[in-house]
Design a protein around this ligand. Structure first.
Ligand SMILES: Cc1cc2nc3c(=O)[nH]c(=O)nc-3n(C[C@H](O)[C@H](O)[C@H](O)COP(=O)(O)OP(=O)(O)OC[C@H]3O[C@@H](n4cnc5c(N)ncnc54)[C@H](O)[C@@H]3O)c2cc1C
Length: 398
């Protein structure tokens, strides 16, 4: 049966746009339905945040032909990492050189990633962007899905073999299929801001675990650092309201003197933190990717990295089915995608959630155990190397 598109991706944020690139050589006709133009200041995916990419994500971007453009837009390699348990004795240091890797990770500003992905879209002959356009409804039929969108105030109905929900945490596409989610509130808010430290950051990333929530500082271009500071909601309200001087003083008090005095704070933004998980990753004619599948706490910088692995798997499974002249949205193909994503999804969610629980607990035996763990890691180079390789995605994406 002839359809308007083979695949309709709902959401052209970081994950949806990456999927469009990953399907460039598939020969399939792709549509991307996106509510907010990628270069618009209000674009929710490409906002003032920065994303830390693990080396495995770099390899995926290289494979789908986007890494060069990301480099052109600006990437900061992480060469050292310092993890500490504030107020306790535990800490661990990692160096890319010790682990024999070029970098422990790569920091890209979300707007730069958006610009790179948008530039890459210009070369895609098989991809049509329907933007600005919003999803209104989806009717799932045995052999097709009919997607109703609102574009320029007019309703359009588009038929497709497969719908991909890449429309973020609240995913209207997931809701249209009736897939339920579970949600755990962390009762924390992440305050995000860019600052300039008094001393050079030397391409070092810091993760400070504190009783009130983790504080991460990652290196950016031009000597700046991106701060992700997690705290209770009332504290966040005060931190967002206070003047720049007071904000910088509080940040200095929480982070310590290692990088000197911070100056030139950028705009502060807040993100409520929770774990949300879809009960299913796929149904006939529908696959979930990125935040539509799950939304994680940013403590371990895993959310987008995990979403990119959804992209890599879907971009393997679907073209494989197309080459075998199979229906790309049928039950077996979607089940194969869901099965291949199951363990990575479960493991990454458990790792992120577990890390947060271990480090936000002040029960003395647990504090002792985690600090001994950090010190042991710091003193045992083979353990350190193995951790760097695992965290870099070596075991997950060769
Ligand atoms: C503070 C913070 C720091 C983070 N740091 C990291 C990090 O360092 N590393 C990491 O891996 N992850 C990180 N993450 C997670 C990362 O930001 C997300 O995993 C990522 O943004 C998910 O991308 P997405 O494309 O799935 O969803 P989104 O970014 O939410 O994009 C969804 C897109 O769908 C569009 N859309 C929504 N509804 C509709 C509709 N009805 N019709 C059409 N379009 C629609 C939206 O406009 C948007 O463009 C962080 C998250 C936070 C909050």
């Amino acid at each position: 049966m002839q359809t308007d598109f083979d695949i309709l991706i709902i959401g052209g944020g970081m994950v949806g746009a990456s999927l469009a690139c990953a399907l460039r050589a598939s020969g399939l006709r792709i549509g991307v339905v996106e509510a907010v133009p990628p270069r618009a200041p209000a674009q929710p995916s490409y906002d003032d945040r920065s994303v830390t990419l693990i080396p495995g994500s770099r390899r995926i971007f290289e494979a789908i032909g986007v890494w060069r453009e990301i480099e052109r837009q600006g990437v900061t390699p992480i060469e050292h990492m310092h993890i500490s348990d504030r107020g306790h004795c535990g800490f661990a240091r990692f160096a890319a050189a010790d682990a024999g890797v070029p970098a422990l990770g790569y920091v890209v500003e979300n707007r730069a990633l958006g610009a790179a992905l948008w530039q890459a879209q210009q070369e895609l002959k098989n991809v049509e962007w329907l933007c600005p356009a919003t999803l209104e409804s989806i009717e799932f039929r045995p052999e097709t899905a009919v997607v109703a969108i609102n574009q320029d105030g007019a309703r359009r109905a588009l038929s497709t073999r497969l719908v991909v929900a890449a429309d973020g945490t609240d995913s209207p596409a997931r809701a249209a299929a009736g897939i339920e989610t579970t949600r755990t509130e962390y009762k924390q808010v992440a305050v995000v801001v860019n600052v300039t430290p008094g001393r050079p950051h030397a391409n070092t990333a810091y993760e400070r675990f504190t009783a009130a929530g983790p504080l991460a500082l990652v290196p950016l271009r031009d000597g700046r650092c991106a701060v992700v500071w997690c705290m209770g909601a009332p504290d966040a309200e005060a931190i967002l309201k206070c003047g720049d001087e007071e904000f910088l003083a509080r940040l200095h008090e929480r982070f310590g003197a290692r990088l000197g005095r911070f100056t030139r704070p950028g705009r502060r933004a807040a993100y409520p933190l929770f774990l949300a998980r879809a009960r299913e990753l796929a149904r006939p004619r529908l696959a979930l990717v990125g935040n539509a599948a799950r939304t994680l706490h940013p403590i371990a910088a895993q959310g987008f990295n995990l979403g990119l692995r959804d992209v890599a798997t879907l971009a393997e499974v679907v073209p494989e089915a197309a080459r075998a002249a199979r229906d790309i949205g049928d039950h077996d193909v979607m089940r194969r995608y869901a099965e291949r994503r199951r363990w990575d999804n479960l493991a990454t969610v458990a790792f992120t959630d577990g890390l947060l629980r271990i480090f936000s607990n002040d029960f003395p035996p647990l504090v002792l155990a985690r600090d001994l763990g950090l010190i042991a890691v710091d003193l045992l180079p083979p353990v350190k190397r193995a951790l760097v390789q695992l965290a870099g995605g070596q075991a997950l994406w060769q």
